[in-house]
Design a protein around this ligand. Sequence first.
Ligand code: NAD
Length: 428
Amino acid sequence: MIESPAVSSVANAPQRDSAYQTALTQFDRAAQILNLETGLYEILRAPRRELIVNFPVKMDNGEVRRFTGYRVHHNTARGPTKGGIRYAPHVDLDEVRALAMWMTWKCAIVNIPYGGAKGGVVVDPKQLSLCELERLTRRYTTEITPFISPEGDIPAPDMGTNPQVMAWIMDTYSMHRGYSVPAVVTGKPVNIGGSAGRFEATGRGIMFTVREAYRTFSWRFENIALAVQGFGNVGSITAQTAYEMGCRVIAVSDVSGGVYNPRGLDIPRLRRFVKEHGSVSSFPDGDRITNQELLALQCDVLVPAAMENQITAANAAQVRARVVAEGANGPTTPAADEILLEHNVLVIPDILCNAGGVVVSYFEWVQSLQQLFWEEEDVTHRLERIMVRSFHDVYELALRMDLDLRTAALVLGVGRVAEATRTRGLYP
Ligand code: NAD
């Protein structure tokens, strides 16, 4: 087991469950280990630019509603910024700042030439009609146009957004320019220049990383039991990939609850069911469980793939998995990290584990810029190579410096960004 002696200082800190506080606490720890000079510490700790937009959207009933959106660029030392756009009722500036910062470290860990960004709109997309969602997306895109471009900042899907939303963003941006600009966004549908394998990338990347961890520790991978919280893009593809790799997915959940079957769920059937019924919770071939019960299930791998702050000081001691593979961003608080470490649970951190999405987004961007398209097999093979290499980069650093995997990943990511900043020098 990889242990981190220095983590204990976090446990004494007050319990704070904001994603931004989590991100800052994690950064401070890496900065301390790297012994970052004060100026660089100050620069890397703060977002480079933040945009808040308030904009009107005409609803189907003729009423005009005001919405608020954000786009944050955290850091540009290693390249243009990259990061998803989230549509959720709880989004605020701090959440977007946290997610943008995590994107910076993530891109550096997998060594792709990007800085970190994130965007969000305060909205429950399920409450809007398709036409309202399109009008909202087009107006938000127009409002953030000064911030996005193929050379400067490239959005992608995140919670509550999907390839169709990316298509509207690409179309709106292209209309302003007067010609098609497919490289302004990734996660687009394949028929307008998206990449084969992008939709599946995050979930596949998670399972490549989990399998590599099992190989590295010489643990038996065949028929392992997984529990997956969240059944959107990330959760459903993680479950599907695990199923195809011969694992048993014993439980999945979404916002309305979960389903449990110790013999293993038929994931292709469950995905068809969700398409028809909208939720996993009434799937007939299993017992109903709550999200909290899912997190506490006896299993080999727990994949939180819904949202932040799911494993906290309040429930971390109940986690009975051998491995927590973080599909969501920020699902585990620093205090929970400490408890999981004490209980010998291996946490594969978000900034490594779920990086497959941004890796294939990078492939998509390269293809869009060149108007040249790769086969899905090629995409997935390259993805696997990067995930395996990145796992070992992090693991070997963890061994060398006697750190847990999260701290090692942060030290690797923050260290690479710090190095790029030093190399570029200070303007003016
Ligand atoms: P999504 O909108 O496709 O799916 C989210 C899922 O979580 C849905 O099944 C939803 O019902 C469920 N959910 C929402 N609130 C919940 C709650 N309170 N309890 C339990 N389940 C809940 O979103 P996604 O793209 O799959 O993203 C999920 C997470 O993965 C987010 O943290 C996101 O930032 C992260 N992530 C996404 C990508 C990507 O490529 N889409 C890449 C890296 C990380």
